[in-house]
Design a binder for this molecule. Structure first.
Ligand SMILES: *[C@@H]1O[C@H](CO)[C@@H](O)[C@H](O)[C@H]1NC(C)=O
Ligand SMILES: *[C@@H]1O[C@H](CO)[C@@H](O)[C@H](O)[C@H]1NC(C)=O
Length: 396
């Protein structure tokens, strides 16, 4: 009796595993051991890491890099708290990662890039790969070396064949999306001039606005990130020559100087930005925004007005590149953050009846330009708005 029941459970489990396998599959981690000698290390001094699934068929000279996200640490205390997590140490990373969406090797799920070399770069520096402080912090033994990590990983991929790339994309999500903006032209410069190289930011366009209490929370936070990690010298010089380095962590002050074509996938109601830039806990001591931040359906009329104001600020911040023919945009009005994992019909929001996968593919291959800005919330019925649990805590 018990035996049969266990058998039933096992076959159910097998079915679930098969179902999961259909969409995602696992790719082994690669540690960049020789980076340690160059001082290109995670916060705890461990080697950086990535996952590579090799290209095949006519995709062997095409390379797609996706940079993992995970916020930032702005001082020794917050960086120290990452040291024993995957965001600060490759020792804590899982050894296999599921590849799906833009990383899938199946044309059914990834029609345009399935046979490219696809790489997920792991995030373990806390500075969107911009940091470079020579001395190791003696109080904490922390290494602030994100920019060196980026360079070491690129060197290894170039040696593995990326130096012969014909097509390439540097992309990333959240803090990784910001990294793909900040490193866009540097990545371009590493590849052959004849290659078609483009950059894609998913949920990486963080804007500089005051929070609901009127304080410049995110501006101060980014200034601390840049100061802690010694990032200034690795931010675009065209920006740091006119603004303070912390400002040059914001895409809106650097993006118009980027020469490679770039695609911005972002909601102007980006749920991370609403939760951490517009209404961070420090700006909302009475928790008036708490339930609205968990679920946009709970927001009061006044809160929605404030969020429409945030959308206006976001649209202003991207307007610096809205005339550029090289720039693609998928600016939907969903309460979400990070959307590239769900990009096919049924999961993807639609703009002009187009999925994210189609829009990105059309823009990359220049089948047709794609630059769409959605109508204001709640106009788009194809949104799957994010609902957070009370314990989901993405606060910076
Ligand atoms: C470090 O930053 C965190 C926010 O990330 C803040 O709560 C904390 O007070 C800061 N610590 C110091 C010592 O400034
Ligand atoms: C939307 O796109 C789908 C698939 O590309 C197509 O079948 C459908 O007819 C389109 N609908 C409209 C209203 O254009």
């Amino acid at each position: 009796m018990v035996g049969t029941r266990i058998g039933q459970w096992l076959s159910l489990l097998a079915c679930i595993v098969l179902l999961l396998k259909a969409e995602g599959y696992f790719v082994e981690i690669t540690y960049v051991e020789n980076a340690v000698a160059k001082g290109a290390v995670c916060l705890d001094g461990s080697p950086p890491a990535y996952h590579l699934d090799k290209g095949f068929g006519d995709g062997i000279n095409n390379w797609l890099i996706q940079i993992e996200g995970g916020g930032w640490c702005n001082n020794a205390t917050s960086c120290l708290s990452r040291k024993k997590t995957r965001l600060g140490s490759s020792k804590q990373m899982v050894k296999q990662l599921a590849f799906h969406g833009i990383l899938s090797n199946d044309p059914q799920f990834n029609p345009d890039f399935y046979n490219w070399n696809r790489i997920k770069v792991r995030y373990c520096d806390g500075s969107s790969f911009t940091g470079d402080v020579e001395e190791v912090d003696s109080a904490t033994n922390l290494y602030y070396r994100g920019a060196r990590v980026f360079n070491a990983i690129m060197e290894e991929l170039l040696a593995k064949g990326m130096k012969n790339a014909q097509n390439a994309i540097i992309s990333g999500t959240s803090a990784g999306g910001l990294a793909s903006i900040l490193h866009c032209d540097r990545f371009r410069s590493l590849l052959p001039a004849s290659a078609k190289v483009k950059c894609l930011s998913d949920g990486g366009y963080f804007i500089n606005v005051k929070d609901v209490s009127g304080a410049p929370h995110i501006e101060q936070f980014y200034a601390q990130v840049v100061a802690t990690h010694g990032s200034a010298k690795n931010l675009p010089a065209s920006c740091t020559s006119r603004l303070s380095p912390g400002m040059c962590f914001f895409p809106q002050y650097v993006v118009s100087e980027i020469r490679a074509p770039i695609f911005l996938l972002n909601s102007p109601y980006d749920s991370w930005q609403i939760r951490n830039i517009l209404a961070p806990a420090v700006a909302d001591p009475h928790g008036l925004w708490h339930s609205c931040k968990l679920n946009i359906k709970n927001c009061s009329p006044d809160q929605l007005i404030t969020m429409q104001g945030f959308r206006n600020d976001f649209l202003k911040a991207i307007s610096v590149v809205s005339d550029s023919p090289l720039v693609g945009m998928f600016i939907d009005s969903c309460y979400v953050h990070a959307q590239i994992g769900k990009w096919l019909r049924n999961d993807s929001p639609l703009l002009a009846n187009t999925t994210i996968a189609q829009a990105v593919g059309d823009w990359y291959y220049e089948r047709k330009p794609f630059k769409q800005i959605d109508c204001a919330y709640p106009c788009n019925p194809t949104c799957h708005n994010r609902v957070y649990g009370p314990n989901d805590n993405p606060e910076v």
